[in-house]
Design a protein around this ligand. Structure first.
Ligand code: HEM
Length: 414
């Protein structure tokens, strides 16, 4: 088989980035065509655990590809608006896994959100979780995405990043606008796309002003460390440095925010859809650690990510030429029956598994300790304070299209 085959039966049924319950199709793919071509994506899709692991373990042959065109295809007018600032599609870390430049970006983040520093942040995480729950606990219903999951991650990270209190709401809005621009905005009328693009430009200008201020007056925060690491020296930042910093910080804030928002939404949704599991966690909070790993395995917040082939390779019998794009389907690998017992069952007592919830290898998640701490604290506090919580009956829970599987609205009552 070669990479010029343009259609396949599984591939024709595959809807990239948009399916709320793709698992039956993924199972079929693993059985019939573990690496299949998707005409909609214009690339290959990798579904089995061991193949995904091979790709992630070989970043020289499978380099990072940014957000695919299928996702980012906005109107020309929206791109023109975005061009007024620095960047069209920022990613957290653009360089390939091996170079020094990449380490300069990764290391400050790893340091800022190490297990030890995250443990020190625990009282603050608890306080932020409590504040948000206080705002709705006296009622008997809430929309958990707007009132909790979309707000919590930025609020928790703000002090470590060094964001000023008065700017936090702007950062929460900015990440949401950015998220919308790169998921659903392409489906909106042109005027609305331009409106979202304008908001993202405003957000990036805010980040740019932070870069220069932290350059002139460094503080003990991650923003200052990123400036020192990515743009060593003094004096005014060059245009290229400003662009790299805005890109890196937009991507960093987004990488931590979308995944954690997505994870909070799907975690509560799936626990409440499996009331026996919710009640078990209410009764046995000691299961929180296995619960958060199982929830990341069961329905991973990143549907999958793109890689680009850099040299001639063969994967599961498929020959690929340099330049070929492929999607690693984390969600499918995490349900691979050859790796996981009863893969389609949510079982919060399941002993820890090597799932891909936080990636694998040299591009794996640098914020995993923080993501896990936020998730654990949120679930423990919700189950302790509102054990009678249930999904409002009759609602159809839907997710946004995009790389991240983010629940649109989650109406709960107690
Ligand atoms: C529950 C929460 C989270 C989940 C499930 C998650 C998941 C992931 C995954 C799967 C990757 C690998 C992407 C790849 O293969 O290319 C990744 C990378 C990354 N994550 Fe997370 N993440 C979470 C929270 C966070 C937080 C809180 C931060 C920041 C504070 C963060 C920052 C990053 C960055 C910067 C990368 C890119 C690393 C690199 O390219 O070297 N993540 N994350």
């Amino acid at each position: 088989m070669t990479s010029d085959i343009m259609s396949s039966s599984v591939g024709d049924d595959f809807v990239p980035f948009a399916d709320d319950d793709p698992y039956p199709l993924y199972r079929r793919a693993r059985q019939e065509e573990p690496v299949f071509f998707s005409p909609a994506l214009g690339g290959w899709v990798v579904t089995k655990y061991q193949d995904v692991r091979s790709v992630l373990g070989n970043p020289k042959a499978f380099s990072l590809a940014t957000v695919p065109d299928t996702l980012a295809r906005l109107s020309e007018a929206a791109y023109a608006e975005l061009a007024k600032t620095f960047s069209e599609v920022p990613v957290a870390i653009r360089e390939d896994a091996v170079d020094e430049a990449r380490k300069r970006v990764r290391n400050p983040i790893l340091n800022a959100f190490s297990a030890e520093r995250t443990a020190r942040m625990q009282p603050f995480i608890q306080q932020q979780v409590d504040l948000l729950i206080d705002a709705f606990a006296d009622r008997d219903t809430a929309e958990l995405m707007a009132e909790f999951a979309r707000v919590l991650p930025v609020r928790v990270k703000a002090p470590a990043l060094g964001l000023d209190e008065q700017d936090i709401d702007a950062f929460v809005r900015g990440t949401s606008d950015f998220m919308e621009l790169h998921s659903v905005a392409a489906q909106l009328p042109v005027a609305d796309q331009v409106d979202r693009a304008r908001k993202v430009v405003g957000y990036q200008r805010l980040l740019d002003s932070y870069s220069q201020r932290r350059r002139d007056d460094p503080r003990d925060d991650l923003f200052s460390e990123m400036v020192a690491s990515m743009a060593p020296g003094s004096g005014p930042l060059t245009l290229a440095q400003r662009k790299a910093l805005v890109d890196g910080m937009t991507g960093l804030i987004a990488a931590g925010h979308f995944t954690t928002t997505a994870m909070l939404g799907t975690a509560v949704w799936h626990l409440l859809s499996h009331p026996d599991q919710w009640e078990l966690l209410c009764r046995q909070p000691g299961l929180a650690d296995t619960a958060i790993e199982e929830l990341a395995r069961y329905d991973m917040p990143l549907r999958g990510l793109m890689r680009r082939v850099t040299k001639r390779v063969t994967l599961a019998g498929v020959n690929m030429n340099p330049g070929t794009e492929l999607m690693i389907l984390y969600q499918s690998a995490n349900r691979d029956e050859t790796e996981f017992d009863r893969p389609d069952e949510l079982d919060i007592t399941r002993p820890a598994t090597d799932h891909f919830g936080y990636g694998f290898g040299s591009r794996s998640c640098v914020g995993a300790p923080l993501g896990r701490a936020i998730l654990r604290t949120a679930l423990l506090t919700l189950t302790a304070r509102l054990p009678g919580m249930r999904l409002v009956p009759g609602q159809e829970v839907r997710c946004m299209p995009g790389l991240h599987k983010i629940v649109r609205e989650l109406h709960v009552e107690w």
